[in-house]
Design a protein around this ligand. Structure first.
Ligand code: GLA
Length: 387
């Protein structure tokens, strides 16, 4: 990993800017989610994979009483602030490190001032958790430098709190938890209620192929909050009939069909997505465990349809990518990954069919959507670490 191109890039940029070598270089990965979309904030199950694409941070203690962070991907934009007094959020990339300092202070821990250089090859706004990667990189760096005693799952919660309360994005726990706790070669099934994690080895000979639609939707955050509110509305309604229901996680399809009739149709469909998606995650994990990739793939396609029709977070471009993917022999399954409203699809593809897969979906996407998608293989990687 120390040989990684981005390792060398941030270490070199740090030395040029601060006239010394960094004390450490941290790598925090982005992720793709194999299945379990919009289930985490409903206390449900998710099955993400940490990926090759990651945020890289070169860092060392500051001699001056302030923190200087340079973002090489943002034309060397620099932010300067003191950890003694975190400025208010202003939007933009610097909210992530500032939010992490804010979250440490909330926890009664005082981080020290640092010098840092940041880069990342997680595509921004593509549903691959570029922000969680940056959060984890900074949280891990400050934890290491301050010798704080915080376990990785706790660090993920701290980052989620920063994102929810400082940055102001009401996300669930999936992205931070997989960036913190991912394991090379494995997918991680997370129970978002208990935070229990189980690791499933990815099958040999099957590639995870990402296709970036290049569609970026600014309304994603507001629509995300609308979906969350609809899920809460369904829970409140169902509690009148089934008092044990704390979240949609606790609702069976049978109970939804029986007691959900009084709900507005759109709210009913949102709940149906979450209830059926939770079940799909469990079935997918069983299929993965028994090496039944055909079943796993079929569940992905079912999941995509549910996201498209019931949850309504797909866009025509993502549907085109999934349809094109399923035309290729050797593709087991495909679906949108992440919150939706644009971003990426993922597919599980037999390794020998990857080249044909790339050619086919690129051609179809160009013909039908007039754009050239970025299509690449990614690999299950480790969670955050210093190198
Ligand atoms: C975003 C959020 C996650 C999760 C997904 C949808 O990535 O950050 O918490 O809700 O959307 O599954």
């Amino acid at each position: 990993m120390a040989e990684h191109e981005l390792y060398r890039k941030v270490a070199r940029a740090y030395a040029a800017r601060f006239q010394q070598s960094p004390q450490l270089v941290v790598r925090a990965p982005g992720r793709v989610n194999l299945i379990g979309e919009h289930t985490d904030y409903n206390d449900g199950f998710v099955l993400p994979v940490a990926v090759d694409q990651a945020a890289w941070l070169a860092v060392g203690p500051a001699a001056e009483p302030w923190t200087t962070i340079r973002a090489v991907d943002m034309n060397d934009d620099e932010v300067v602030f003191s950890v003694a007094q975190v400025p208010a959020s202003v939007g933009g990339w610097s909210d992530y490190p500032k939010g992490i300092v804010w979250a440490f202070l909330e926890r009664g821990l005082q981080p020290s001032n640092i010098n840092a250089v940041l880069t990342s090859d997680v595509p921004v706004g593509a549903g691959m958790s570029s922000s969680a990667a940056i959060e984890l990189a900074f949280a891990f760096a400050w934890t290491t430098l301050g010798q704080f005693d915080i376990a990785l799952p706790d660090l993920a919660l701290l980052c989620q709190k920063a994102e929810n309360q400082y940055v102001g994005v009401n996300c669930g726990i999936m992205d931070q938890m997989i960036s913190a706790c991912g394991k090379a070669g494995h997918a991680m099934m997370l129970d978002s209620r208990s935070l229990d994690r189980r690791y499933f080895p990815m099958p040999e000979g099957v590639a995870i192929v990402v296709a970036d639609s290049l569609v970026r939707r600014s309304l994603a955050a507001s629509e995300y909050n609308v979906r969350r509110a609809q899920c809460e509305q369904a829970v409140t309604h169902l509690q009148a009939y089934v008092p044990d229901v704390m979240a949609l996680r606790d609702v069976s399809l049978r109970n939804l069909e029986r007691f959900g009739r009084g709900l507005p149709d759109v709210v009913y469909r949102r709940a149906r997505h979450v209830v059926t998606e939770n079940d799909r995650v469990l079935r997918f994990a069983r299929a993965l465990y028994s090496g039944d990739i055909d079943t796993a793939g079929a569940l992905m396609v079912e999941g995509h349809r549910s996201l498209r029709d019931d949850y309504e977070v797909s866009v025509p471009e993502l549907d085109v990518l999934v349809e094109a993917a399923m035309e290729v022999p050797g593709c087991y399954g495909a679906r949108l990954t992440g919150a939706g409203f644009g971003g990426c699809t993922i597919a599980l593809v037999a390794e020998e069919s990857v080249a044909e897969f790339q050619t086919h979906i690129t051609e179809v996407y160009e013909a039908r959507c007039g754009k050239c998608p970025a299509v690449y293989v990614t690999h299950p990687a480790d969670g955050v670490a210093s190198l």
